[in-house]
Design a protein around this ligand. Sequence first.
Ligand code: AMP
Ligand code: ZN
Length: 479
Amino acid sequence: MSLRFFNTYSRKIEEFEPRDLVDRAITMYTCGPTVYSRAHIGNFRAYIFEDLLQRHLELRGYKVHRVMNITDVEDKTIRGAREAKLPLTKFTEQFKKAFFQDAETLRIKSANEFPAATEQRYIDRMIDMIGELTARGLAYQADDKSVYFRINKFPNYGKLAHFDLTQLQSTGRVKHDEYDKEHIGDFALWKAWDDEDGDVKWDSPWGAGRPGWHIECSAMSTALLGDQIDIHCGGVDNIFPHHEAEIAQSEGVTGKKFVRYWLHCAHLLVDGQKMAKSLGNFYTVPDVIAKDYTGRELRYALLRVHYRVPLNFTWKGMQEARESLDRIDEWLARLREIAKVGNVQRSTPNAQPSIRPDFETALDDDLNISAALGFLFESIRETNRAMDENMLDTASAKAWLDWWQRINTVLDLEPETDTVVPQAVTQLAEEREKARREKNWKLSDELRDRISAIGWEVRDTKDGQKLTPRGGFYPQNLR
Ligand code: AMP
Ligand code: ZN
């Protein structure tokens, strides 16, 4: 059975055909966090959808090479650093770290690469691309010294967002002294330096300045994945202008179709409104953990609704996630018991509930996770009934557990196992507890860092310190 995805570009469900049919290698680019504050769980809904997509492709035998960028220079990061009176890199570093920690808490599989926009090799590439666009008449430097993309020269502009350019044109030109651009929709590729930018600047053929947000993703994606990418994802708010601009810039330089499949996830809402930093209606991962929920429970709550359907975040939803996971845990425990000790074998083979391919075929159908989970819970009901009646035999229990192991490579919802905490970690944690009692916060933070350096995380809960091992997914230096 082939995979089908809703492609934002065509607004149609399309059969998935990657470029490389022989090796089944797929390139995937996912717009990552803008590190000016801690990402909220709305952002993580987008990352969890991308995680589900990657894991399902892998289950279906594709080799996914995934890049997730870090936007560490744009208006908000510069403003934030200025307000915090910190150098830009120092300011953004804390949020990069927080992002990797939260992603790990939510069991999001690491991308293969996490390029950051401020790395010199990507800045160089951005400058090269802007130079190329200027040479082709697709970009120009305006009176304000910034360089803009000339959208009128790119006939496909608006195709992704299904956006009618003439409407924008009909508003006419804004008074010249208020506006340096030729067209109201022209977007900045290079922003000329001004006082507000402080020491955030790079040299370029157009003078000192910094890149626009859109060109960052065009440069990093093509640098790492080549001119053409199989899948590009983000939240729906990325469609316009960000992804529209990425297409214009990348295709303007390479002359090739930039992306085969554009997938966008609907928003996480709070009281019917988009969860957003600007609206102040957001929760972070630590906010949810502080209410005594686990990363696994939050993962489930964000995962369980189809990615193109808006999802309303509620505490009741978190409670339901907990109950659903309890059912899975109980079911697994029963199956393991039967697999280990056996069962009264009164059953005939056709009395056993059958394992059907429905979970995977539901995901083939544009990642229909609600249908896939529906099938999982139907299977749980049927097997539980068989176990109640003592009708499930050992072989069957083992087969169900094998099936669970397979689908869990996509879900990643096994309960945390109790791990033995090494003596060295316990000792540091005890010293930290003492430091905290004595309100020696500096020492307490140092001890947290030492615990972290040996691979453990300490969290303060109302029941005291909790120690958890860190997974091996994320870059050591950024955790
Ligand atoms: P940002 O850090 O603002 O660049 O956003 C990072 C990712 O989160 C992008 O893919 C956004 O489209 C996505 N995003 C932002 N807010 C939400 C939300 N409320 N629900 C789902 N995705 C979101
Ligand atoms: Zn992007």
